[in-house]
Design a protein. Structure first.
Length: 340
């Protein structure tokens, strides 16, 4: 099958790793005039100080706009915190969840539009219209389905558990109240149906990709898609690349290995969502285990340590989906697909 000259790609993503990967993917697709649609996790969303925050959406927005603070991995580059300091002086908000002034500007704008009657999808469209992103951002749903962490002693919002407690409190489970009654945001199912490839970013499988797939109808859309679904492992050398994903995986009963996460997502032939899975060179020994699941394992360099490596990873993911957007270095893919 001949690859389309202007491929349409859908990426499911959340968090820092997802936004980093999205930039490399966007840059590669631009070479062919392709289209990128990013379905963003909104389980991290929360109300704070009267404002609606969408951390994963904003990380994606700032990364694609080229204004993300690369040193800390989130927020706006060159930001200040005068307003956050003033709010702290008034005892408003969370003193351990400081927001920059420029970042607060986005939250205020979003909240203003929401209170005027806009949907989250419409508010995100207005935010992204400010920059030439080279991609379309969509929330997974317009329903508020914030992630809660259930503990033996009660429950708290995911952001408090993750940011304040650094995942040190042992959770019982993660919940997204109301997600069973949610529906995919406008445009999400249409983008999946029209895609030439569907990719799952190297994001936290439980609290970033998990909520996306839990929106009724979304996982089914991946299972019934007529194009390949390819994922990129967020685990390298049996450890999460960033954050505390190992805790999340343990609570869900998933081994913190590339093969373990592949098994968690499952093969499409068996009711899962994956056709192929990119694993790191450090995890090459687990490739046979992934193949045995009915998921094609591809061994690739997964460290996104600079722009060139990130773009190379995007090329590898697209190639695994049958979209060779450019010639690849000899020997870079140790497990070529038999897909024609």
């Amino acid at each position: 099958m001949t690859a389309p000259t202007a491929p349409r790609v859908v990426l499911l993503a959340g968090g820092v790793g997802g936004s980093t990967f999205a930039v490399g993917l966007r840059d590669e697709l631009r070479q062919r005039g392709g289209e990128l649609t990013v379905v963003c996790n909104t389980g991290d969303d929360l109300w704070l100080s009267g404002l609606r925050l969408q951390p994963d959406v904003d990380s994606m927005l700032y990364a694609l706009a080229g204004v993300k603070d690369l040193a800390q991995g989130w927020g706006r580059a060159g930001d200040s915190r005068r307003v956050a300091d003033e709010l702290a002086a008034w005892g408003v908000g969370w003193e351990w969840f400081l927001l920059g002034d420029l970042d607060l500007g986005a939250h205020i704008a979003r909240t203003s539009w929401l209170r005027e009657g806009a949907t989250p999808t419409e508010a995100i469209a207005r935010l992204q219209a400010r920059w030439e992103l080279g991609a379309t951002l969509l929330p997974m749903t317009d329903t508020e389905v914030d992630t809660h962490v259930v503990l033996d002693a009660g429950r708290m919002h995911f952001q408090e558990w993750w940011t304040r407690h650094r995942a040190r409190l042992e959770p019982v489970r993660f919940e997204n109240p109301g997600i069973e009654a949610s529906v995919p945001a406008p445009g999400v199912l249409e983008a999946i149906a029209a895609a030439d490839a569907i990719l799952v970013a190297p994001s936290n499988p439980i609290v970033s990709i998990g909520p996306i797939l839990a929106v009724p109808g979304l996982a089914d859309a991946l299972r019934s898609a007529s194009v390949p679904v390819v994922g990129v492992s967020p685990i390298i050398g049996d450890a999460p690349v960033r954050g505390m994903a190992d805790v999340c995986l343990r609570v869900a009963g998933v081994p913190c290995t590339a093969a373990g996460v592949a098994g968690h997502y499952g093969a499409r032939r068996d009711g899962g969502v994956l056709d192929a899975w990119l694993i790191a060179e450090e995890d090459a020994g687990g490739a046979a285990s992934v193949d045995a699941l009915g998921i094609e394992a591809r061994v690739e360099p997964l460290w996104m340590s600079d722009a060139a490596r990130t773009r190379a990873l995007a090329v590898a993911a697209l190639a695994a989906a049958g979209l060779d957007v450019r010639a690849r270095p000899a020997g870079s893919d140790k497990r070529q697909s038999d897909r024609s």
